[in-house]
Design a protein around this ligand. Structure first.
Ligand SMILES: Nc1nc2c(c(=O)[nH]1)N[C@H]1C(S)=C(S)[C@@H](COP(=O)(O)O)O[C@H]1N2
Ligand SMILES: [Mo]
Length: 303
């Protein structure tokens, strides 16, 4: 006779384990390199080091509290709606000012890049944050393959346009879909800038940007565009969705900065999901190694 608790013990962990192993195997993820690159950020220096610890956010929270306007403005319903997105086949086009344009089939991607796990803080412009264990590879690896031309100074990122599967692309009819974002080429080439295909050791869930998304941990979360279909190298700063909709609220740079408030709320502090009190927000979200990219720039002008 199988008791209910026995069944739970046996079935749940084994199926989770198998799917995780399968994913790591499919993605060419080797045990040796798996956890070496975790947490590239600075240690936090407050009086009580435990008070503002960087524990990974519970998986359940990260999978059920999502900003993904193509589906809904309501964070709690995105997970369910995003389940309707067709993820396969999927290709990522890389074009523009490059020597070797490419179209990458997602199924072939694991062979082309070496994946690693990176635990990054993510700070949403709305004033909350999470700590997330991504699986991915530096965007730099892809840029090296396509070989940007000397005139290329910016990178434009485009998300999927599929109104038949994404109800928000119909209801938010004054938004300039598809979702777009942009980086300067030197920002895009920084080692911290990741293309992620997994989260918590599993393939990305649809609501977190499957099958492939950008992660730029020193910038507000809206720069980390989900469901990428196209990356274009361009000469000039490209228009981006949030910057076009409200340029006075969402700058092109969008570097996390406690000293530059959003016009409608403070950015000096944030609530880490699960905490009971706000914590100080750190310049560049604590990733001080990017400071050189902005040497000599007025950060309140270029917010
Ligand atoms: N395509 C697309 N990408 C997007 C968004 C979006 O609405 N559409 N929201 C952004 C915002 S505001 C945040 S905070 C993060 C949230 O990522 P998560 O749901 O994986 O935590 O995704 C970003 N990427
Ligand atoms: Mo966000």
């Amino acid at each position: 006779m199988i008791k209910k608790t026995d069944r739970d013990d046996e079935i749940t962990p084994k199926s989770l384990f198998l799917s995780r192993r399968q994913f790591l195997k499919t993605m060419g993820f080797t045990a040796a390199g798996a956890f070496l690159a975790a947490c590239a950020g600075q240690p936090l220096t407050f009086n009580d080091p435990n008070k503002f610890a960087d524990e990974p956010t519970p998986r359940d929270t990260a999978l059920n509290f999502n900003n993904y306007y193509e589906f809904s403005l309501s964070k709690a319903v995105v997970a369910k709606l995003a389940g309707e997105l067709t993820l396969s086949p999927w290709s990522l086009q890389v074009d523009g000012l490059v020597e070797k344009p490419a179209v990458i089939d997602m199924a072939a991607l694991p062979d082309a890049f070496s994946l690693e796990e990176r635990v990054y803080r993510m700070r949403c412009v709305e004033g909350w944050s999470m700590v997330l264990p991504w699986t991915g590879f530096p965007l730099r690896q892809l840029l090296d393959q396509v070989m940007p031309l000397p005139e290329a100074r910016y990178v434009l990122f485009q998300s999927v346009l599929r109104p038949e599967e994404m109800p928000g692309q119909l209801s938010l009819d004054d938004y300039p879909w598809p979702y777009t974002e942009g980086l300067r080429l030197d920002e895009a080439s920084h080692d911290l800038t990741l293309l992620a295909v997994g989260l918590y050791g599993d393939p990305l869930a649809p609501q977190n940007g499957a099958p492939i998304r950008l992660v730029v941990p020193w910038k507000y979360g809206f720069k980390s565009i989900k469901a990428l279909t196209r990356i274009s190298l361009v000469a000039d700063q490209p228009p981006t969705l949030w910057n076009s909709l409200a340029p006075q609220e969402y700058g092109f740079y969008a570097n996390v900065n406690p000293a530059v408030d959003h016009p409608r709320w403070t950015q000096a502090t944030e609530i880490r999901l699960g905490d009971s009190q706000r914590r100080p927000t750190l310049l560049y979200n604590g990733y001080d190694e990017v400071a050189d990219l902005y040497a000599g720039m007025d950060l309140s002008e270029n917010f």
